[in-house]
Design a protein around this ligand. Structure first.
Ligand code: FES
Length: 106
């Protein structure tokens, strides 16, 4: 059984721009996901402990891009590609959630 210390689920649902419902994809979640994967590629020593997985809508569409982290059940909201280095170093590597990006609805 594989048991990661931390597993990031990154919403990739994309609804059309200008639609009634917002979406993480329309706000750049693909780039967030891509940068997370790139960061892990550069840190192969993390591969057995952490994972980053694309997922569908997490239900917090107004506040995206959203990331849900297990096992903590920690929610990130409004994540941008520029936030990725901090997320990797602070949370994935050191285990300290980035409070400034915490979803306020949690
Ligand atoms: S579209 Fe990302 S949480 Fe719904």
């Amino acid at each position: 059984m594989i048991a990661y210390k931390r597993h990031f689920f990154v919403c990739q649902t994309h609804r059309p721009d200008g639609g009634e419902e917002p979406s993480c994809g329309a706000r750049g979640s693909a780039e967030v996901y891509s940068r997370l994967l790139d960061a892990l590629d550069r840190r192969p020593e993390l591969a057995k402990d952490v994972a980053v997985t694309a997922c569908g809508c997490l239900g917090m569409c107004l506040d995206g891009p959203m990331i849900l982290v297990y096992p903590e059940g920690f929610w990130y909201a409004g994540v941008t590609p520029d936030d990725v280095p901090e997320l990797v170093e602070q949370h994935l590597v050191q285990g300290n959630p980035v409070e400034r990006l915490r979803w306020k609805g949690a």
